[in-house]
Design a protein around this ligand. Structure first.
Ligand code: HEM
Length: 430
């Protein structure tokens, strides 16, 4: 690895402010266990895809339900697994976790992004991401991130995770997306072994990678919130991890492997172990640095374009994609988008630098932003700090913040055309 940066330096990002304490309580997972997890797929989905011949154009939930009704054994097994809520799931806990999410959705969203800046730097994961261009192309990065956050949002409404409800259905569809990606990559590798070597990279989208990704959505952002001095109570933490344990169950993670059952420190230790385990595969070339810039620039571009649209008629009336493109191609709009993108890129970079620390900043070669950009980042972080306290000490104001966050997300989803996203596969692996 280049830049005098050892894997344990990068891994420290996942350990948070008390690395020694965390590792004393939860020593790193043995490498043999992680090796084993890389070879385990999502068998019940793979078996159904193989038996049913379901295609990427089918509505996964409808098709599965009808195959299960007609008695296809693989469909019955998968349908039962998905619709039988495990005994350990507590619906009241999930409700509290959903409310916590909406009170903090802005910050949680930004933290997920910055975690991704590091999370995509592992070569084994990159191999799959590059195959569909997921988060690897600046032009489409913002839309893909908003689609991903639309999935998170879809799970955060009351009862959304009950079988056959909205968040349950989107999660099942995302699981099928992964199943299709895996099946395609495997098929391509049969014809051309250079495409993907399972012995070297593990099964595409395996148990280890899935757990690591899930943690980037839940325990990772919580740890960072705590490190930033946000108010996250022990109850908030337990609730949020409980909800994500159920989401990982629905996503195909085997419950016996998940650290989510053992609390936030165990999750932190898993993130660190993942980093040590995959460090040999962390690219020594420029890829992690380029990918980090793709994410930061793509995100900044999206913010700038949204702002441009918001200042025009496009925001007030549902406008066609063609009309939005025309507006964004206008030279005046482009100049203003460019200016805002440059500024937003610096603000996002500053937030990323504060979160990932000096070693990882050097590893990803992030440049220190200007004074103005740093001030803007401080103001944003300051507002989140205030908002978390307002929510805690004045719950009715917390509800107001949550509802403002909900409507802002709905507006962003509708402006980016992601409002009714179906989570079907548009980008076939190449
Ligand atoms: C269980 C953990 C995971 C969750 C919750 C998750 C979540 C998601 C979501 C919400 C999407 C849809 C985004 C969209 O519609 O644009 C998605 C797509 C995708 N994910 Fe995951 N992901 C997980 C694990 C992984 C892993 C480990 C990999 C690769 C190593 C991966 C690779 C992909 C790819 C390639 C796509 C794009 C599929 C397409 O292009 O249509 N995911 N994921």
């Amino acid at each position: 690895m280049s830049l005098d940066c050892h894997a344990s330096d990068i891994g420290a990002f996942w350990l948070g402010p008390d690395p020694h304490g965390v590792l004393a309580r939860f020593p790193p997972a043995p490498m043999v266990t992680l090796d084993k997890m890389r070879l385990i797929s999502d068998d019940v989905v793979d078996a159904y895809i193989a038996a049913s011949g379901i295609t990427i154009r089918d509505d996964a939930v409808e098709r599965l339900k009808s195959d299960a009704k007609s008695g296809m054994p693989e469909a019955v097994a998968l349908w039962e697994h998905l619709t039988t809520v495990p005994e350990w799931v507590d619906q009241d806990t999930i409700k509290r976790a959903q409310a916590f999410y909406w009170r903090n959705s802005d910050l949680l969203g930004i933290l997920q992004l910055t975690t991704l800046v590091l999370g995509t730097s592992f070569a084994k994961i990159q191999k799959v991401l590059f195959s569909t261009g997921y988060l690897t192309a600046e032009r489409s990065v913002f839309r893909r991130l908003i689609e991903t956050s639309a999935w998170v949002n879809s799970m955060m409404f009351e009862d959304a995770l009950l079988p056959e409800h909205q968040g349950w259905a989107t999660t099942v569809k995302v699981r099928f997306l992964h199943g299709h990606v895996r099946t395609r990559i495997r098929k391509m590798a049969v014809k051309n072994p250079q495409v993907y070597d399972e012995k070297e990279y593990g099964v595409p989208i395996n148990q280890e990678d899935m757990i690591h990704t899930i943690l980037d959505f839940c325990s990772g952002p919580l740890m960072k919130m705590r490190a930033m001095g946000q108010l996250v109570t022990a109850q908030n933490t337990d609730d949020y991890l409980h909800m994500w344990r159920y989401v990982s169950y629905l996503s195909g993670v085997r419950d016996e492997f998940t650290p989510l059952t053992r609390g936030i420190d165990c999750c932190a230790s898993f993130g660190y172990s993942f980093c040590l385990h995959n460090c040999v595969m962390t690219t020594t070339d420029e890829t992690p640095r380029k990918l980090a810039q793709v994410l930061l620039r793509g995100m900044a571009r999206g913010v700038a374009e949204l702002r441009a649209l918001e200042h025009t008629q496009a925001a007030k009336e549902p406008t066609s994609e063609a009309a939005k493109s025309r507006l964004l191609e206008d030279p005046k709009t482009q100049a203003s988008v460019q200016r805002v993108q440059t500024f937003a890129h610096g603000v996002l970079t500053d937030i990323a630098i504060r979160l990932i620390g000096p070693q990882c900043t050097a590893y990803l070669a992030l440049r220190r932003p200007t004074f103005g950009q740093r001030v803007a980042a401080s103001l944003l972080i300051g507002w989140w700090w205030v908002a978390s306290r307002i929510s805690y000490y004045a719950p009715w104001l917390g509800s107001l913040i949550a509802s403002v966050n909900r409507s802002r997300m709905a507006r962003i989803e509708s402006m980016t055309g992601v409002r009714m996203h179906k989570f079907d596969m548009k980008y076939e692996p190449k």
